[in-house]
Design a protein around this ligand. Sequence first.
Ligand code: ADP
Ligand code: MG
Length: 319
Amino acid sequence: MALEGVTKDYPVGKGRTLRAVDRVSLSVGRGETLGIVGESGCGKSTLGRLIVNLEPPSAGHIAIDGSTLSGLRGRKLTAMRKRVQMIFQDPVASLNPRMLISDSIAEPLRNDGTLGRAAIAKEVTRIAGICGLSDHHLQRYPHELSGGQCQRVGIARAIALRPDVIVADEPVSALDVSIQAQILNLIVRLQREFGLTLIFISHDMAVVRHVADRVAVMYLGRVVELSDAAEIFARPSHPYAAALFSSVPRPRPDRRRHRANVEGELPSPIDPPSGCHFRPRCRFATDICAAEKPQLRAVATGRTVACHHADAVRTATEL
Ligand code: ADP
Ligand code: MG
């Protein structure tokens, strides 16, 4: 799956626009898990919705195996859409309250129209079982299940059409801490079993650390760092990433890292600062940061960073 210059603008009145996603280019390999992290409002969910084609990008392209979604129409578009599915943040709200759980899971299969009634009923039971739901859950309504069970239903719906790519948008943040691990483990198990490409969106660094192979850090609609997970957790190179990751509990709290917490307010995405969006909050910022938008560039193996001062940041944030 590859994104090239993907952008989303929303009109916000008086002729102004809000750029929720700003020229994001990245690729995710088959079976890989890409974590997408960043503060609330940085564009993670919008990017997720663009990837699953719930809305079209304002500019740029999204391709699976070389085929661009935006170029497709009719049956080809439907076939391509099936390959990318989403797990939503609020499991209860994402289900139809008046539909039996069995019907919720059957819905994508019915819409697809490939299987007959009997085959769908069998498939629903099979998928539910894979997701840890029993027949007794299938004959209930969403309000009769717990949040965790509803998320199992959401996951069952997402895998029903055997997609290649799953976008999970904060799939456990609405759940009790005590059941988050079960749901995470289910997602990871399904990913391994079916070789799924997983795009895992979260503001919780500890969760991302648990699942991701690579991590993209977003700030105000842009990807500011895209690095291997082990690398970025050990030594983030973008000053914003360094600030985010410094709040993750350390395995060895006695080895205190240099703290680079973010000060100041998140700027408005309607009127973002020139050059580097992070500049007003960055203690490394110089004139070039206001004048030129930093592009993502490789600074070491498995690390790309959009920062004019990446080397200085890495030296300063070293353990
Ligand atoms: P995140 O998921 O990282 O919290 P979102 O993608 O939800 O961020 O939002 C990114 C920005 O886009 C926010 O400023 C949000 O207010 C704005 N936004 C999202 N959806 C819309 C929309 N449909 N219309 C206008 N603005 C939107
Ligand atoms: Mg969101």
